[in-house]
Design a protein around this ligand. Structure first.
Ligand code: T4K
Length: 375
């Protein structure tokens, strides 16, 4: 029997509706609904300042942002990436007619393992697409070193890494480009939305042509662009949402501390270690269930949570390399991806969002505590 009070892995935070209504009124009066209007341009500037980056190009969603980021750098051939992510990461590669090559991940972070990248490089390799999974930074220094030696581009899928910093510097300042997602399930949402972060004006300009059908003026089309623009309503919401980012991060941090304190004492429940030099956003709370020490499997715990009304999610299971469009690739073989295969079979992301009560988190901790069979 399922409990009445359902708790989901995620709930979007939203600003005051009256405040949003004021901005909607402006849109209604101006009749400027989309195509790089006032709110769109204001949000690009405010986001760049807030995040501490040079250029922001807003997009309709993170997937289109990643597709355009690969396009703008004219990536060809093979792209080394991680199988441990949301499927959109690899789909964006495929939509560019490129071949994804899956690289195994690090056991401590679930991020692409830089020590395993070089063995996958061939004459056809032109880029690396790592993901800062759960917002926890990749080993950007080592990835950059490899990319520099082999002349590869690096495009970070930073869909989870809004406002994450490494040694005080935005994680979005690493690599050639980074993309963000502002989907409803992300810590900063515009209902749907996304962005590409670039570091020079020319690239920013070309990204802006790309997302608007390739128009570079009223009668000039310079490339086979797409329609990936963010509209005024989404941008207006984004402006309001910016005001709450810090406060909401503090709330999620408090919830994470409750989880940490509880799980420190349970054998077989492991969680991500975030390095001291990282300002983390606490957007996800993944745990890894080691059946040998915990007694029951990940899927058994997942079911138990469900029976208690807790709708946790197994992000990221199955691995992208196991989905039918990709499983025939040589790099998809599980024996080539032992760490990713193991962690994907152990992971559960527990609920964490700003409006979640601390008492509910305590309840989740108790379910996890009471489910172990190896006292
Ligand atoms: N790269 C990475 C690494 C990504 O994780 C993602 C997206 C992307 C790229 C692509 O970015 P976008 O093109 O999406 O901007 C969700 C999201 O749809 C997806 O954005 C996200 N990653 C992925 C990790 O999770 P689902 O299918 O698991 O979401 P769904 O609808 O089951 O929602 C999860 C829970 O959130 C629900 O149980 C309840 C809650 N929820 C969800 C929505 C949509 C709400 O309370 N309200 C809502 O409106 O994919």
């Amino acid at each position: 029997m399922e409990s009445q009070n359902k708790i989901y892995v995620n709930r979007p935070t939203l600003p005051d509706l009256d405040e949003f209504y004021d901005l909607l009124k402006e849109i209604w009066e101006s009749k400027k609904l989309t195509n790089m209007g006032k709110f769109h341009n204001q949000l690009e500037n405010e986001l760049a300042e807030f995040l501490g980056v040079k250029y922001v190009s807003l997009f309709a969603n993170g997937t289109l942002a990643l597709i355009a980021a690969l396009q703008v750098l004219r990536i060809s051939g093979e792209v080394i990436t991680t199988p441990y992510s949301f499927v959109a990461t690899t789909h964006a590669i495929k939509w560019n007619g490129l071949t994804p090559v899956f690289c195994d991940i690090e056991p401590e972070t679930c991020n692409i393992d830089p020590n395993k990248i070089e063995a996958l490089i061939t004459p056809k390799t032109t880029a690396i697409v790592p993901v800062h999974i759960y917002g926890n930074p990749c080993n950007v220094e080592q990835i950059e070193e490899i990319a520099d030696i082999y002349g590869l581009k690096v495009i970070y899928d930073a869909a989870h890494a809004f406002n994450v910093k490494l040694k005080g510097n935005s994680i979005l300042n690493f690599g050639d480009l980074s993309i963000l997602s502002f989907h409803a399930t992300k810590i900063y949402n515009t209902f749907e939305g996304g962005a590409v972060i670039s570091h020079d004006e020319k690239t920013k300009k070309r990204l802006d042509y790309l997302k608007n059908f390739g128009f570079a003026g009223e009668t000039k089309v310079i490339t086979h662009g797409i329609n990936a623009k963010m509209n005024e309503m989404q941008a207006a919401l984004g402006l309001l949402q910016l005001k709450y980012v810090e406060k909401n991060t503090e709330k999620r941090k408090r919830l994470a501390e409750i989880y940490y304190n509880a799980f420190n004492h349970i054998d077989g429940i492991n969680y991500l270690k975030i390095r001291d030099e990282v300002d983390y956003n606490f957007g996800y709370f993944p745990i890894f269930v080691d059946k040998k020490d915990y007694g029951i499997s990940r899927d058994e715990l997942y079911q138990k949570l469900k029976e208690n009304g807790i709708f946790a999610r197994r992000y990221f299971y199955p691995l992208i390399s196991q989905f039918s469009p990709y499983r025939e690739l040589e790099s998809s073989k599980p024996e080539n991806l032992p760490v990713a295969t193991k962690l994907s079979s152990e992971v559960i992301c527990l609920p964490i969002y700003a409006d979640l009560d601390e008492a509910e988190v305590q309840k989740i901790c108790e379910i996890v505590q009471n489910s172990t069979t190896t006292y």
